[in-house]
Design a protein around this ligand. Sequence first.
Ligand code: NAD
Length: 269
Amino acid sequence: MAYPTGNIMAGKRGLVMGVANDKSIAWGIAEQLAAQGAELAFTYQGEALEKRMRPLAESVGSNIILECDVTNDEAMDKTFAELEAKWGKIDFLVHAIAFSDKNELKGSFVENTSRDNFLKSMDVSVYSWVAVAKRASKLMTDGGSMITLSYLGAERTIPSYNVMGVAKAALEASTRYIARDLGPSGIRVNAISAGPMRTLALAGIKGGRDLVGTGREWSLLKEDTTMEGIAGCALWLLSDLGASTTAEVVHVDAGFHAVGVPESAASAE
Ligand code: NAD
């Protein structure tokens, strides 16, 4: 994808967590940040994903590519210790990580949600944000900015989204509390609530791919959300352009979140 180039991120270094492949939202954000001069480090979840993501990371000049499963405290400690050893400090963090058992991302929320998967979804998709924000903040010695990725299912019911909607609601609340604690250190903490994108994560939601076209039909802009739009918002929030904005959930969804009843459902006469 062609992202606007420039120097908005020149001199800034940060960590991008959550690239699985070239469709990942984290990758779109990384490409945009690199195109504006940022120096990037990456983490990946496990060996199976390394093969896909390593060449991507190298293509934007990264030589800090670390394995980090966010369910493992030691792996997180090691990641941030290595970052500190290499760079000393960082300026920004991208958290684009979520997981839930796809057998529970369909049908009835109340019938299908198990204790195990409820806890696992909250652990990977929410607690990891708190855990990496804590560690990243220690390296943001000159202030900084961090973002996570949310979805409208936090605020409204979405078919099949189920326990992930509950997790995203907790993620957005966590964003505000993290922002409260880190504000005095000059660290801004925000979430982007993105419209549906064709990624591995979306493929795990029953009917998830059908959500993509709903933007064209029902959003205010009558179009699907673009990676350029999400990456542009990330650039704003992670750069000095985002000064004074914290504890915010910014919707990048072509205005879909503002629609109560779609035009097509009511007669204009
Ligand atoms: P993706 O599948 O490309 O990315 C999800 C990432 O989470 C992967 O890189 C995966 O390795 C990582 N992950 C999962 N479990 C992990 C663990 N235990 N340790 C470390 N990493 C782990 O899909 P995506 O759509 O780019 O998802 C990124 C974020 O964006 C997620 O939080 C997702 O909920 C959110 N989001 C996605 C959409 C969408 O429509 N795709 C919309 C709004 C928000």
